[in-house]
Design a protein around this ligand. Structure first.
Ligand code: DX5
Ligand code: ZN
Length: 218
């Protein structure tokens, strides 16, 4: 397996939304490779966050790729608005209620790629790697949740590491981890084969964004 470049994707969920454009500029200047944007619908997860209008605003103040993580029950209804808003990576969950049928999920992934964006597929901590197997040819990014999705600031679940290892063997694209990622847990993830580290709290609550981002690269 070829070595993958380590990509650090700060999760804006942990930033100061009252100073969104400034936070975007500061974290980019500190070395962010991508910006991770968490979209929640209050159904797939018990929390609500932002929609396409805010993603579009983030896009206008950013230069690096936007990695948009859709935690929605019916993501297929919102692909076009988020793609139009400027998502470069658009990730849906394999457990999403509206995507239970294999052909519907495949169609959603094809629609993302068809629009010129990168397609991502994510899974909850309790979902096995096998659930992704039929779709690995149709995705550019796999996002392994290392906490139960819904909120920032939760504790990393080390039990996700065997799944990261298994997916690295089966998948040559970008392999991301999301939830509780800091210098220590990030290292475990890199060793298991992850190359994209999504981190909210450990970057935005750190005294120096630059030091926090650098420490994630190892
Ligand atoms: C959780 C989100 C994460 C979250 C990570 O559902 O998908 O992206 O922002 O936050 P931390 O790094 O604080 O665990
Ligand atoms: Zn996320």
């Amino acid at each position: 397996m070829t070595a993958h470049r380590i990509i650090v994707a700060p999760s804006l969920l942990a930033c100061d939304f009252g100073r969104l454009a400034e936070e975007v500029r500061q974290v980019e200047a500190a070395g962010a490779d991508w910006l991770h944007v968490d979209v929640m619908d209050g159904h797939f997860v018990p929390n609500l966050t932002i929609g396409p209008a805010v993603v579009e605003a983030i896009r206008r103040s950013s230069r690096v790729p936007l990695d948009v993580h859709l935690m929605l029950d019916r993501p297929q209804e919102f692909l076009t608005p988020f793609l139009d808003a400027g998502a470069h990576y658009l990730t849906v969950h394999v457990e999403a209620e509206g995507l239970r049928t294999e052909s519907v999920l495949r169609k959603a992934l094809e629609a993302i790629r068809g629009a010129g964006a990168k397609a991502g597929l994510s899974l909850r901590p309790r979902t096995s790697a096998e659930a992704l197997q039929p779709f690995l040819d149709a995705v550019d990014l796999v996002l392994v949740m290392t906490v139960e999705p819904g909120f920032g600031g939760q504790a990393f679940m080390p039990e996700a590491m065997p799944k990261v290892r298994k997916l690295r063997e089966a998948f040559a694209g970008d392999l991301a981890v999301d939830g509780g990622i800091n210098a220590l847990t990030g290292r475990a993830c890199r060793e298991a084969g992850a190359n994209v580290l999504v981190a909210g709290t450990s970057i935005f609550r750190a005294p120096s964004y630059q030091d926090a981002i650098r420490s994630l690269r190892g």
